[in-house]
Design a protein around this ligand. Structure first.
Ligand code: FMN
Length: 215
């Protein structure tokens, strides 16, 4: 059984891509690491043709505006239903917001996509609160270890380990108390520290309240 990993981030294999880090971590502990291909800067028709050589396709993607990135949608439009039975399609979503409940709509779509393409649905693993992985990899040591374990077990069993998937998927929704604490951090501006730093680095801080599409 051969597997290809598709990196669905518009950032491709850039150093500041969390998807790149997760793709690499997923294959790092494997005896025979899977091939990783980026959608970004690829010829989508050629890439779609290339994945037909594999029994399993695992797409690893960030969530952008509660959805999959546009380049991934474009790539999916190039995929043709498999004429061979028994192939599998799986997904790993990583996103910035804490609750993985927001991934449920994309997950629902992925379930039906696998069916439409005549692939078995391997499942979707979701991880929230992942936006800062590339900035502070040491703080995410435990998360990356879980991704690494997920990859190792996948190589042996050809499935996503349910226990690890469940752990990565927490919290599905914040409790009322957690929401209250989070709101407090937002109100005192702590939640904005990192984002403001990025805006300043890009000389965009003064424009942070602009609403260019208002009129
Ligand atoms: C344009 C844009 C939209 C985003 N929208 C969401 C979102 O709706 N929900 C969320 O949880 N995270 C969102 N994020 C955060 C990304 O999912 C997160 O930073 C992810 O780790 C980025 O992966 P990448 O570095 O491989 O692109 C968004 C990020 C960007 C740049």
């Amino acid at each position: 059984m051969n597997t290809i990993i598709i990196n669905g981030s518009p950032k491709g294999d850039a150093q500041n891509s969390n998807t790149r880090i997760i793709c690499e971590e997923f294959v790092r502990g494997m005896k025979m690491p899977c091939e990783i291909k980026c959608i970004a800067n690829s010829n989508l028709e050629k890439l779609a043709h290339h994945v037909e050589n594999y029994d399993t396709v695992i797409i690893i993607l960030p969530l952008y505006i509660h959805a999959m990135p546009g380049i991934l949608m474009k790539f999916i439009e190039h995929l043709r239903p498999s004429s061979i039975q028994g192939k599998s399609l799986g997904f790993i979503i990583q996103a910035g917001f804490i609750e993985t409940a927001q991934e449920k709509y994309v997950e629902r779509y992925f379930t039906s996509l696998a069916k439409q393409l005549n692939y078995n649905y391997l499942g979707t693993v979701s991880k929230g609160e992942a936006a800062a992985i590339y900035m502070f990899p040491k703080m995410f040591k435990k998360v990356l270890k879980k991704i690494n374990e997920l990859g190792k077990i996948y190589e042996q069993t050809h499935t996503f380990d349910q226990k690890i998937a469940q752990e990565l998927g927490k919290p599905y929704e914040l409790t009322k108390f957690q929401t209250w604490v989070f709101q407090f951090f937002c109100d005192i501006g702590l939640n904005n520290l990192g984002w403001h730093r990025v805006l300043k680095q890009n000389n965009a801080f003064d424009k942070r309240l602009d609403r260019p599409f208002l009129y």
